[in-house]
Design a protein around this ligand. Structure first.
Ligand code: FO1
Length: 315
């Protein structure tokens, strides 16, 4: 059985490759919930939804989130009413949030609701939120913004969407992490996995919250030789999103060497893009085996090629 640690769009692409080289029912995805937020009274789980929509083939490829071929009738009417419309919720996407919120209100844990949504959407990959307990990424801004002076702490979606992550960050914390328990199956799957893949998601705000849940990091350390990570940083930059800036702003190096240094305690192997072939020696100097391969998943076939490299590296 293969386990994948997942954030948003990079993880969804990786999973769409993994399901072409491993039977989907043999794959367990442990997904970040630190991006989750409650808006209009609805519980929204962006990374779980991005992964679900991608595996169901209903994802919006352009944006990397939400449903393909969306209509925006509700959002347009809400805007006319003067409601909050900075976080775009399409009509079909809203059905997911209504379904999830109703079940959570009924007392079901997030993992049960996620399993039901996966089943209804015909997904065989087992999707597990890393925890069913509250876990929220909080971002302290290093400079003034429309949300307040330097030093203001905001929610992840305020930072990522409302401010378009176009603001320097001085601190990140994962509210609720200390009390969060891994959801059922998380630790067992890590203990039993033949291979553990760390998807090319943001090391700070996607992989970070997953490892912040007590027990997860130790489970990875114990299986380090089976852990294969794919660098989300290529030639010093992130393909999408603020991963490179966040690494620098928080004192790490925005490069494959910086990622290797962060991941060295619990990942035995790091796959880097061919653009970083010249830095393989420096990655290995961090005590991490380095594999060089194309990591830009520009098509399902390319994602499958990378998945093959990752699966072969784990044995
Ligand atoms: N990202 C945006 O940049 N703008 C949006 O309006 C937006 C809406 C949205 C709605 C549902 C959802 O599941 C994700 C959404 N995202 C949006 C992406 C979201 O910010 C994710 O957390 C990021 O992709 C990082 O994982």
């Amino acid at each position: 059985m293969l386990v994948a640690l997942c954030g948003g769009v990079g993880a969804a692409r990786m999973l769409s490759g993994l399901v072409r080289v491993k039977a989907p029912e043999d794959i367990t995805a442990i997904v970040n919930v630190g991006d989750d937020t409650v808006l209009h009274g609805l519980h929204i789980s962006p990374d779980l939804d991005t992964v679900t929509y991608t595996l169901a083939g209903m994802d919006n490829r352009e944006t990397g989130w939400g449903v393909v071929g969306e209509s925006w009738t509700v959002m347009e009417e809400l805007a006319r009413l003067g409601g909050e419309d900075w976080f775009r919720l399409g009509d079909r996407d809203l059905a997911t949030h209504l379904f999830r919120t109703g079940r959570l209100r009924g007392g079901e844990p997030l993992s049960a609701v996620t399993a039901e949504l996966s089943r209804r959407r015909g997904i065989a990959v087992r999707l597990l939120p890393v925890t069913d307990d509250p876990l929220r990424t909080r971002v302290t801004l290093a400079e003034a913004s429309p949300l307040g002076p330097a030093g203001t702490e905001v929610g992840f979606q305020d930072y990522f969407v409302r401010l378009r992550h176009d603001v320097a960050v001085s601190g990140i914390r994962f509210e609720g992490a200390a009390a969060a328990r891994p959801s059922a199956g998380v630790l067992e799957s890590l203990e039993l996995a033949d291979a553990i893949v760390v998807c090319p998601s943001n090391p700070v705000v996607s992989i970070g919250p997953v490892l912040a849940v007590p027990g997860v990091r130790d489970a990875l350390v114990a299986r380090r030789e089976r852990v294969v990570a794919v660098s989300p940083i290529i030639a010093g930059a992130a393909l999408k999103g603020p991963a490179d800036r966040l690494l620098t702003e928080l004192g790490a190096e925005a490069s494959v060497v910086g990622v290797a240094r962060l991941y060295a305690p619990w990942a035995g192997t790091l796959v880097v893009d061919t653009a970083d072939a010249g830095r393989a020696g420096e990655v290995e100097a961090e005590g991490v085996r380095c594999i060089v391969a194309p990591t830009v998943m520009s098509s399902p076939e390319r994602a499958a090629d990378l998945a093959r490299v990752v699966v072969d590296a784990a044995v």
